[in-house]
Design a protein around this ligand. Sequence first.
Ligand code: G6P
Length: 614
Amino acid sequence: MCGIVGYIGKSDAYPILIKGLKCLEYRGYDSAGVALIDKSGDLRIYKSVGKVADLERVSSGKNISGTAGIAHTRWATHGEPTERNAHPHRSSDGKLVMVHNGIIENYLSIKKKLSEEGYSFASDTDTEILVQFIEYIRNDRKLDLLTAVQVALKEVVGAYAIALIDKDNPGEIIVARKSSPLVVGIGEGEFFVASDTAPIVPYTNKVVFLKDGEIGVLSAGSPLKIINLDNVECPADIQNIEINLSEFEKGDYPHFMLKEIFEQPERLKDCMRGRLNLEEHTIRLSSIINHSDKLLNAGRFVIVACGTSWHAGLIGKHLIESFCRIPVEVEYASEFRYRNPVILPNDVVIAISQSGETADTLAAMELAKEKGAFVFGICNVVGSSIARATDSGIYIHVGSEVGVASTKAFTGQVAVLIMFALALAKEKKTIKDEEYTNITRELGLIPEKMYATLALNDSIAELSRMFTYARNFIYLGRGYSYPVALEGALKLKEISYIHAEGYPAAEMKHGPIALIDAEMPVVVIATKSDLYKKILSNIQEIKSRKGRIIAIVTEGDTEISKIADFCIEVPNTIDCLDALITSIPLQLMAYHIAVYRGMDVDQPRNLAKSVTVE
Ligand code: G6P
């Protein structure tokens, strides 16, 4: 995780860096820091524990001049979130200053070597080891800085995105990456660098996504130089990007999370635009058309993902198996990558990731590629590492998601998986025309049904108030609703810090039912489906043990409403589309409970939106 940002040019660096850090706070917010340098080499570093706003307080009234600088917002890995561990870190001779995102796995062996050379350390971080190591190599071997960086990085094991400034050469920033993202923005006589494009787009839409093993030399007024660790110059692949800046503003909403929940109907339309034909009730996905040989002949799909994306993957399994009759496995990317998994010749691996930067998902995908699999991506962030590394894929196109707890990306992922399964099934002729037409017609109605569900917000807020001080929650669902239960529980845990577990409802009897008493709220997704009667029995079982039932039911339900303590009635839809609707009340409940508890909804403790370390 961690966000890095840098600037070199004609303008004052400080406001650009602070604004950039605020865009990157979703990557971590344990501490923040900035280093500013002016043309004479006068260097100043300010750091603070906490958020970027705390850093602004620390630097307020101090000298913040300088037309070059680097800055960092941290998600602690090595070393506690203290000021001494906050970036930027400085080398012993005080000349080199670095910010870093990633993990230097062999930092202890490098540290040992440096200690033997008489180095001492001011922090517990792996980053400080790297900057000291570069200094050591530069001085010991009398090398220029770029060569010293190349030599040092060749010895590094792990992941890094770095930005480095040198007091002796204030007109230059050196940046490099391996397995952690880094984007260079090219302005008029100025450069920007950041972990993603958000800090850059207010100034320029010309960007270069650095590739693994590339080093960028940013000198104001000179063209961008990209060189690899073997000193071979690499062409700069300059891309034009377009981002709607309003996505980074909360507008009238108190939190990004609430804004993103409420955006879902419109974002779903964006996701389906050009893919779902509302007049003909057909789905057209160019990635399926262009790779039909691989996809139609897939012997198995293996979905790799983490967190919320993994929950979407579970729904994907259900959809693809039901409609395409192709077996699907859903794997936690972090487990898959270390298990020497079996990849068969006709396997297709689907990597699902909102950010497209999750380290475990990226590594799982690369492993699958090495083993010969065709790799398909379902990502939100355009141009992200996963999106670029896949053989083909589908963007979910739900716009930037800023709140750490994923909401609109989940429904976007599910919508893409629905379209994928239906389009593939149609090509494979494993779905009846009538069923295909019914589902595609109904899919087109989902945005309106989402609006109707969002209209329940006030009553869900009222209901949530009653559970502000609950200590545990159980979420239950069956079939397509089981992953929704998992996702509902995850939302609550993430932002309210209430312990919550999601279960397939019938599994209750095998353990969790022992937890049920009058103190235990149980959220049950019990909309009309083939499993309705079964879930009704599960609800009876909970009721008999005095559990407090909050049921998500279909409008007009008469049976469950008689038993449940509270009912949230949502619009009726086909059960394979239900998750697009039923996840909304669960998102809203988690949100309101967290707000009543006074939690930091958009930046919950210990979490980061983009997990770029394993
Ligand atoms: C983090 C985020 C989650 C997200 C997960 C996977 O844990 O807080 O919201 O679901 O990473 O991220 P990805 O970007 O790969 O979907």
